[in-house]
Ligand binder design. Structure first.
Ligand code: 5CA
Ligand code: ZN
Length: 409
């Protein structure tokens, strides 16, 4: 699949800082030590509805990770998937009487537009589940042949007990895992499974549903977790730096994915850090396609809201906190954007070298975007009130805000 166009990232004077980030698996903050090419996999959308503020907030967090790395002069190898075949997508297509491939293509196209407008850096590899199927089938066969997967009425399940590290991402107890598995696409109640938590690797063809050649597995379609594992192993390999997504992906998706990969390769860990963004709510409930309580990026754009203001609204909350989208959040962002634009609108101003360092330090400190915004606020307030004579300072602030926060002033 093609991704979307990249906006330029200006180079800043001085030296970037290494990222310290909260890792779900260790439960604490770790200093990442990527090589010259940092490797990141971020779970993509299931394209059955438009991009909402929750999605945008999560992608914003991982965009910041890349901007911090780029500032250290590293290259970034970024991979993202599109879950372009899955139960919720097929169910929505049936409900609305439309072709599931058209639905997926339309919503993926809209997602690309939203990401471009928000200046999110594009992945180098943007891979659909459907196009990954030829690579998924041999992985499932290998797991089965190694005794880590078993058949149940034609479907193939992964046996979680074959991974000694299972549980090491989310650290949940069995009961919590069971509840979340039922809630998030698993089938813990299905009789005949070795362990109720075992996730499906390959689903045998169902009447009226699309299916693909599965070689010795028979016709069918892939399970959700193995899809991301196949894509990540193919394009990044084991031990990549960051596996990212919203906190609702920690279990089962990232836990199961890590286990699949660890059993397949005999290596540990799948990712150096498992990084999870908080959930954005609307009217007190998690914003979700299944609940329908959504504020869409595309709707705001079409209503004339500047994408830079949407981006500032996302940045005004720490990525790990759960927060509520309100009209006030957007109104505050619009107002802040106005203040910042006015502050950089003249050629001379207050010296800004210290501000560059403050923004760098805030982001390197577990992506503390609110602290970065507060630093820019302080500079802008004084600049608007007093001004200064430092030639080019406003330009430096513009480039800093662009390079590190993805906001075009
Ligand atoms: N296709 C899978 C991942 S392989 C999936 O979870 N798709 S999704 O469309 O449901 O979500 C895409 C990303 O947005 C995920 O990282 C998910 O955790 C995140 N997300 C979904 N809802 C919210 C929300 N309300 N707040 C923050 N992030 C969210
Ligand atoms: Zn995923």
């Amino acid at each position: 699949m093609h991704a979307w166009p990249a906006s330029e990232v200006p180079a800043l004077p001085g030296k970037g800082r290494d990222l310290r980030i909260h890792d779900t698996a260790t439960g604490g903050r770790i200093t990442l030590d990527p090589g010259p090419v940092a490797r990141i996999y971020v779970c993509g959308i299931t394209p059955y509805d438009a991009t909402h503020m929750g999605h945008a907030a999560t992608y914003n967090a991982f965009d910041l990770v890349q901007r911090v790395w780029l500032d250290t002069k590293r290259l970034v190898h970024y991979v993202q998937n599109v879950t372009d075949v899955d139960d919720p997508l097929l169910e929505r297509a049936v409900r609305d009487g439309q072709d599931w491939t058209e639905l997926a293509e339309r919503e993926t196209a809209l997602f690309r537009e939203d990401m471009t407008a928000l200046r999110m850096l594009p992945p180098k590899h943007y891979i659909g589940a459907v196009e990954a199927i030829p690579g998924i089938v041999p992985l499932v066969e290998r797991l089965r042949d190694a005794g880590a997967a078993y058949e149940l009425d034609g479907d193939v399940y992964f046996s979680v007990e074959t991974d000694p590290h299972f549980g090491g991402v989310s650290h949940l107890d069995a009961e919590a895992m069971r509840l979340l598995s039922a809630e998030r696409g698993g089938d813990p109640e299905r009789p005949g499974k070795k362990n109720p938590l075992d996730p499906m690797l390959w689903m045998a063809a169902r009447e009226g549903e699309p299916s693909w050649d599965g070689a010795s597995l028979g016709p069918g379609r892939p399970g959700w977790h193995i899809e991301c594992v196949a894509i990540a192993l193919d394009h990044l390999g084991m031990g990549f730096d960051v596996q990212g997504g919203g906190s609702d992906l920690a279990f089962p998706h990232h836990e199961m994915g890590a286990s699949h990969a660890q059993v397949l390769t005999g290596e540990h860990p799948f990712a150096q850090a498992y990084v999870h963004a908080g959930m954005v709510a609307l009217d007190g409930e998690k914003m979700s396609k299944s609940r329908g309580n959504l504020v869409f990026v595309s709707k705001l754009r079409h209503d004339g809201v500047d994408p830079a203001a949407i981006r500032l609204a996302l940045l005004s909350h720490h990525y790990r906190s759960d927060w509520e989208w309100t009209d006030q959040v957007l109104a505050d962002a619009v107002e802040r954007l106005g203040r910042w634009r006015s502050a950089v609108s003249r050629p001379d101003g207050l010296p800004a070298e210290a501000l560059v360092e403050e923004v760098r330090e805030a982001l390197a400190d577990d992506l503390d975007a609110p602290a970065a915004l507060a630093a820019v606020d302080r500079w802008a307030e004084r600049q608007n009130a007093e001004g200064g004579t430092d030639e080019g300072a406003p330009g430096l602030v513009s480039r800093t805000v662009d390079a590190l926060l993805g906001v075009a002033l």
